[in-house]
Design a protein around this ligand. Sequence first.
Ligand code: ZN
Length: 277
Amino acid sequence: MEPIFLIITFILGLMVGSFLNVCIYRIPTGLSIVIPPSRCSSCNTQLKPLDLVPIFSWLFLLGKCRHCKVKISIRYLLVELLTGGLYVLVYCMVGLSLYLIPALILTSLLIAITFIDIDTQTIPNGLVIFGLICALICVFTAIAPAANDGYWYNALDALYGALVGFAPLFIVNVVAKLILKRDGMGGGDMKLMIVVGLFLGLQQTIIALILAIYMGGIVGAIILLVSRYKSRKDTENDNEDKKPGHYMPFGPFLALGSFISMLFGAGILQWYINLLS
Ligand SMILES: [Zn+2]
């Protein structure tokens, strides 16, 4: 763990995080992520390079646009810091190896998808296709999976991973269409898990799904309890956004589960095996 590589990885993460902010903001609106250069979303002034330095520009400008003084969401800062932090974590777990490339690509993809899904309840096809291309390149150049268990990738494992990632969500989707008459529920989720499956292979994709279901279930139960408690508190002024069963995006849980499984999946499996024996 060379300190210099830690610093380089962190700075790389900050820069990628800055770009992910652009992706998160622009992809759902259908804007190009390259042209035009970054602008203030309020006054439309083109930002200077100095305004685009990760973290520092936000801090120096105290979270306000230099021109119109409109507040810039602290989320920009958080996404940059999160990406930098996760990059360092990935580097510490994977080490300086070829595995680092797919691991960092998948990490970036998962961050962008998480925030876009929270914002819009959709996972953009463009990101899925980008992930698919990267995953296939990794499969055919044999530099995935981004796991620390060290076995060389094989294409069959990637295929199984994609199938296992896709199938359960596909079944949920079909059942939802038949019974709940809800269209396209979780459609983005299954596309995401095809990409994750290709990156991680069979074993870690299963762990990713299990983690996502548990985390989603726990958070969903908490939200349900809180909203029950709230709606009991103000039954007299109940309004339309207290509808039962409003949609909680599952994408962020799949992303988090996939990330944890990518870094710790082999360890989790070992722990489970030890538990049984
Ligand atoms: Zn402005």
